[in-house]
Design a protein. Structure first.
Lengths: 196, 90
């Protein structure tokens, strides 16, 4: 957004309103879901969504028509979350993220996480299991699953939204999915699937 | 994709690490048409672990999409629209 070196536009008020209505508002459900999955709190997610949309409007001259509005909005939301919400998060401060990533990048984890989860077990998960499993993931892993699997962003778009290299997007996704499967596998066992 | 006869499939994948990476590219829509053709039409027909993994990945994504999405509250949408309108001089 504002720190990016894109030529600044000079939209008229009518154009601003039109861009906001036609290009930004259609993504509001996806954006709300992203805000909720990041904060895991109804009130915080409402505030974050509102802050993000007002910011998007304020910085609308940094948005180039014809570029990906959804990715642009998601990036603003992610940055607002990191700057304004992560600090005041009620969660106790987590381990340093680099430690987490280097741990999950170690070969040991690949060997450990090969759950024999079955499609039948997944089909029986009609409650909140998958949602709880997703919410229980460390935030950086949760984020890549949301962007890729729920929102269908491409790797290069995710790299821009998250300010990380594409290779990191891929490896983080791989770890995130393994961790998600591990949690789903635990639920499946609790549901009585012996080999899940 | 046709449903292969599982009894005739390999029960071990000799190339599992690379296959898992390819599978991820395919499920994420990042694989080339040639890669997709080879993996989905040839490899999956004969490799049971990859066949199962593929269907598991597809199912998880389906479950995520149906269970983990929601709609923004209508009153919140109205508040946002109203606040933006206040910022626009008429």
């Amino acid at each position: 957004m504002e720190e990016e070196l894109v030529p600044k536009q000079h939209y008229s008020d009518a154009e601003k309103q039109r861009i906001f209505d036609n290009e930004f508002m259609p993504h509001i459900n996806s954006m709300y879901n992203f805000a909720y999955r990041l904060t895991l709190d109804q009130d915080d997610s409402k505030d974050l969504l509102q802050d993000t949309y007002l910011k998007a409007f304020r910085f609308i001259d940094s948005f180039q028509q014809g570029t990906n509005a959804k990715a642009w909005l998601f990036r603003i939301l992610k940055n607002s979350f990191i700057n304004d919400y992560r600090k005041k998060s009620k969660e106790p401060s987590k381990v340093d993220y680099q430690d987490v990533e280097s741990y999950y990048n170690s070969e040991d984890v690949d060997r450990q996480i090969t759950p024999d989860l079955r499609v039948e077990a997944l089909r029986d998960m009609i409650g909140d299991e998958i949602s709880n499993a997703l919410n229980a993931l460390d935030i950086d892993f949760r984020t890549v699953i949301i962007l890729c699997d729920l929102e269908g962003f491409k790797y290069d778009e995710m790299a821009k939204i998250l300010d990380i290299p594409i290779g990191t997007v891929r490896s983080r996704l791989h770890r995130a999915r393994n961790l998600l499967k591990e949690k789903l596998s635990t639920y499946a066992k609790q549901m009585g699937y012996k080999n899940a | 994709m046709s449903i292969p006869d599982q009894s005739k499939m390999k029960s071990n994948c000799s190339n599992q690490k690379d296959c898992m990476e390819m599978l991820q590219l395919i499920v994420d829509g990042e694989a080339s048409p040639e890669q997709k053709e080879h993996f989905l039409k040839h490899h999956l027909e004969e490799c049971l672990p990859c066949y199962k993994n593929y269907h598991l990945e597809v199912e998880i994504r389906q479950l995520l999409k149906t269970k983990c999405t929601g709609e923004a509250p209508a009153d919140l949408i109205e508040i946002i629209k109203a606040r933006v309108a206040q910022n626009t001089p008429h």
